[in-house]
Write a protein that binds this ligand. Structure first.
Ligand code: ASP
Length: 464
């Protein structure tokens, strides 16, 4: 190890010890001959003192140090003189009197100072994301996100769930957006679609006998980006067999309770209140009401609410056809099944649900159709004839022939959840390497041109 301690760890009890720290030069202050440097790593800051009286040769090196140089310092921990104690810092009662310095790597002057709350453009922050990520805010967010993921995995494992990865190179999974397409070199003229969600695979896993599946899954949707959207994002995707709505609600509530307890030490009351879609629209004019301060609110600062009984279909006036409100794999209420043969399709209620917190939708799911004939009927209703349905979803319809169990599930938008949890302004603050609103990565310059050889191999010609 190049270090004996981290920069956030030394305290009064270490006074007199000889230690070695590694990290980045955070700030430097020259007080006459004495030079003070804050050294920073992922765990915090420690104040270093370089006293030329103690070691002249080292002093030449100290004068070279600039912001973000990577250094290794040996020294003795000493108490800070009275009046210089910094109560805001975990190491604020001590300092390190340096006795040895090694420059492990110099640095150019960074385009912005780590942790300085100056107005920096999003573009610059993302171009130099590695510097932005060094800041305490991003460090905190990424670590918290990791803790949330561990808490999820721990909880679901205890509940007997199995984490299964589903493919990225697949066929279209409709969730209401455009697909990202990947040309196939080995199958000329054919394309894979990146999954908009693992929806169809998780249903097929139910047919495969995995009755409790989850995945922290990347999803890809090519849509115009709003503040809280990214072209690729992460869902906690869950599916269960032999369940009804109550099982999904109970599992989700206990999962959230556990995450809040583990990660923030907050007790959130469960069960969450519920509101039917029609009531939400009538009372709040939206299906994502912010119920803080209303009689529907629980809870502390987090006001969770289930919205249930969504319509199964909505009418697309432009295209003059019915389309699925959630996705076409959602079952309808038993009592409304007979309406499927009528004209009044808008009245059919779905067995779907959304979870809303403080006015933001953080999860959505449904009990699924598991009977082939019903699934075919739904496809027909949304304008897919038998041939189309077979071409696009034949594999699902085929699987339904072989004993598909009743099943249902839910998916949580993890990025949005972590944004709310960390009280961040944007989901870009909780994703290590996000894209801009134009779906560009300023650090890697993706998307990029590709060379003619690659295009040729793929049998693709650019139109312009
Ligand atoms: N696949 C759905 C979605 O991405 C969630 C679900 O129904 O489980 O919104």
């Amino acid at each position: 190890m190049l270090r004996t301690h981290t920069c956030g760890e030394l305290s009064k009890k270490d006074i007199g010890k000889e230690v070695t720290l590694c990290g980045w030069v955070h700030r430097r202050r020259d007080h006459g001959e004495l030079i003070f440097i804050d050294i920073r790593d992922a765990y915090g800051l420690t104040q270093l003192i370089f006293d030329p009286k103690k070691d002249r040769s080292m002093h030449k090196k100290v004068h070279e140090l600039k912001s973000e140089y990577v250094i290794q310092v040996k020294g003795i921990v000493q108490e800070r003189p009275r009046g210089t104690i910094n109560p805001k810092l975990s190491t604020g009662e001590i300092e390190l009197l340096a006795g040895g310095l090694d420059i492990l790597n110099p640095s150019l002057t960074p385009p912005f100072e780590v942790d300085k709350k100056l107005e920096i453009s999003e573009e610059t922050k993302l171009k130099y994301r590695y510097i932005d990520l060094r800041g305490s805010g991003m460090q905190r967010n990424m670590r918290l996100r990791h803790k949330i993921n561990s808490s999820i995995r721990g909880f679901l494992e205890r509940e007997n769930f199995v984490e299964i990865e589903t493919p990225f190179l697949t066929r279209s999974t409709p969730e209401g957006a455009r697909d990202y397409l990947v040309p196939s070199r080995l199958n000329t003229g054919k394309f894979y679609a990146l999954p908009q969600s693992p929806q169809l695979f998780k249903q097929i896993l139910m047919v495969s006998g995995f009755d409790r599946y989850f995945q922290i899954a990347r999803c890809f949707r090519d849509e115009d980006l709003r503040k809280d959207r990214q072209p690729e994002f992460t869902q906690l995707d869950v599916e269960m067999s032999f369940v009804d709505e109550e099982d999904i609600f109970g599992l989700s509530e206990n999962l959230l309770k556990k995450i809040f307890k583990d990660v923030a030490g907050i007790e959130i009351p469960v069960p969450f209140p519920r509101l039917k879609y029609s009531e939400a629209m009538e009372k709040f004019g939206t299906d994502k009401p912010d119920t803080r301060g209303t009689k529907h609110a629980g809870e502390n600062n987090y006001s969770f609410l289930w919205i249930t009984d969504f319509p199964l279909f909505k009418y697309n006036k432009e295209e003059k056809r019915w389309e699925s409100e959630h996705h076409p794999f959602t079952a309808c209420k038993e009592e409304d099944v007979n309406l499927l043969d009528g004209k009044d399709l808008g009245r059919i209620r779905a067995r779907s649900y959304d979870l809303v917190v403080n006015g933001a939708e953080i999860a959505s799911g449904s009990i699924r159709i598991h009977k082939r004939e019903v699934q075919e009927k739904i496809f027909k209703t949304i304008g897919l004839d038998k041939k189309d349905a077979a071409r696009r979803f034949g594999f699902l319809l085929e699987a339904f022939k072989y004993g598909a169990p009743p099943h249902g599930g839910i998916a949580f938008g993890l990025d949005r959840f972590v944004t709310i949890f960390t009280k961040s302004n944007s989901i870009r603050d909780v994703i290590a390497f996000p894209k801009t609103q134009k779906a560009v990565c300023p650090m890697t310059n993706a998307p990029s041109d590709i060379d003619d050889k690659q295009l040729k191999e793929l049998h693709i010609k650019k139109a312009k």
